[in-house]
Write a protein that binds this ligand. Structure first.
Ligand code: ADP
Ligand code: MG
Length: 464
């Protein structure tokens, strides 16, 4: 145990620092550690403050936001007096430890970009076309995905941009494309194609990792060598300028070379605020395919298919009940079914309507009349034919401000959210703005019966 009070001898300090680094490494894992923390260098301890350095501003900001608290905690465990961590930008050469100064004790080996990276190691074997249930809400996206899998890079389908809400099958379709292409190549008998699948976040980690280790050339070359690139959840690149820039160049290089790109996102390109215009334009110039919210019929078919896959008998009445109640997305529907199946398997009992109520009671309660602010915003925007993004935009024109007020009013009426919470969800507005909206809408409903009917209609649709 460290004695209280700042240690004076450099050797003792170095030992503390080694312990702190060891704990950080344990906590964040090897990959994260090597990517972000390997070059973290101790400058010194002065009273309540520990000074550390990293070679770039970007790294400092990243480590401070993502690991700053943890770092402080580990230091405090060694020296309770420590109150602050000061991050300084010290370019690489200057930060090299000199004799007599505490520095990294166990320099990690340089991470290398593998010669033949496996870009699709994270594909889920369950996500294939065989297991994807097609229905009205996803038939177009599914057809496009099939088409791309059969004939990558055909005109009009490049890039393929899949978008839709969470849990509706975007990742499933992307993996299905990757599996199909890996298996069958491009159909004309050529060797299997190289497929790279990664989330936009992973793309960013890898790119920044490469930047830091001076291996951007390897990164670029490896990526530009693939025949199909699938990037999932592109919305995570919002505001990440460097990474967007790199993605844009990779994108262009691949499309120009006749390779296929598939991108997914929770919104269409036009609504991705924080994406550079030129990238947005290119993203939108292939095929846009949206996956709509599930319908009762689709939910029912998915349940049938998943129950059959699990080899469990789920009575039709139970399937109907689940399809009726669990409407948010496929992921939740699957979760509920899995719970039933697990129970049936564990206890060897049949699934019945009664057991469903027992098992899923808490889920029901959560669903009973539970309308989300997202749904309200979406319905109201649709109804008044304004953009969803206007719900949180600063625009004050009457034609968007009024619907926004209606949505705030309904959020207050139909959810248990507080005024400040509602305000946050509407572009970070103040709770007094929400309060004003609520009373204004109530007032207008008194005065204008057509308006009142409109709002009532929306309320009924939302309560479903
Ligand atoms: P997203 O990426 O759009 O958030 P996912 O692709 O991860 O959603 O889907 C969530 C879960 O629902 C996955 O387990 C997926 O297999 C399943 N799923 C979604 N849509 C379908 C579908 N049409 N048929 C079968 N399973 C589906
Ligand atoms: Mg996904």
């Amino acid at each position: 145990m460290a004695k209280p009070g700042p240690p004076s001898a450099p050797a003792q300090l170095a030992e503390l620092w080694a312990r702190v680094r060891g704990r950080l490494r344990n906590e964040v894992g090897e990959v994260e550690y090597r990517t972000w923390l390997r070059q973290l260098t101790l400058i010194g301890v002065d009273g309540e403050e520990v000074a550390v350095s990293l070679p770039t501003r970007f790294l400092c900001d990243w480590v401070r936001t993502h690991h700053g608290d943890m770092l402080l905690g580990f230091w405090q465990a060694e020296i309770p007096e420590i109150r602050r961590i000061e991050f300084r930008v010290v370019p690489e050469k200057a930060a090299e430890p000199s004799p007599g100064r505490a520095g990294p004790l166990t320099p990690a080996p340089e991470p290398r970009v593998e010669n033949r990276p496996d870009w699709s190691a994270s594909l889920d074997p369950r996500f294939t076309f065989d297991t994807f249930v097609v229905g009205k809400p996803n038939e177009f996206a599914h057809a496009c995905a099939r088409r791309v899998a059969e004939k990558p890079a055909s005109a009009g389908f490049n890039p393929l941009f899949l978008y839709g809400g969470v849990g509706l099958g975007k990742t499933h379709l992307m993996h299905a494309i990757a599996w199909a292409i890996r298996e069958h190549g491009n159909g004309d008998g050529r060797k299997p194609m190289t497929v790279a699948y990664m989330s936009a976040e992973k793309f960013m980690y890898r790119f920044i990792g490469a930047l830091r280790t001076g291996q951007t050339m390897e990164f670029k070359e490896a990526l530009r060598g693939v025949e199909v690139l699938l990037v999932d959840d592109l919305q995570f690149l919002i505001g990440k300028d460097n990474t967007q820039e790199e993605f844009f160049h990779t994108f262009n290089a691949l499309v120009d070379a006749g390779r296929q790109i598939v991108v997914s996102s929770d919104k269409p390109p036009a609504e991705l605020a924080g994406i550079e215009d030129r990238l947005r334009t290119r993203l939108g110039c292939g095929m846009l395919a949206d996956i709509h919210a599930t319908t009762y019929e689709l939910r029912l078919s998915i349940l049938e298919s998943k129950a059959a896959q699990a080899g469990v008998v789920v009575p039709p009445k139970v399937q109907e009940l689940l399809a009726h109640k669990i409407t948010a997305n496929v992921r939740e529907l699957e979760g509920a079914l899995n719970k039933l199946v697990a129970h049936a398997n564990l206890f060897g009992r049949a699934i019945t309507l009664e057991s469903v109520h027992d098992l899923l009671g808490d889920i029901w309660r959560q669903y009973d009349r539970k309308v989300t602010i997202d749904e309200i915003q979406k319905k109201v925007a649709e109804h008044y034919k304004i953009r969803l993004s206007d719900m949180s935009s600063p625009r004050r024109a009457r034609n968007v401000a009024r619907p926004r007020q209606v949505a705030m009013y309904l959020s207050k009426q139909l959810t248990t959210r507080s005024l400040p919470e509602i305000g946050r969800r509407f572009g970070g507005r103040d709770h007094t703005t929400v309060m004003h909206a609520v009373s204004r809408v109530a007032e207008l409903m008194q005065q204008d019966s057509a308006f009142a009917e409109d709002v009532e209609l929306l309320r009924r649709m939302l309560e479903g």
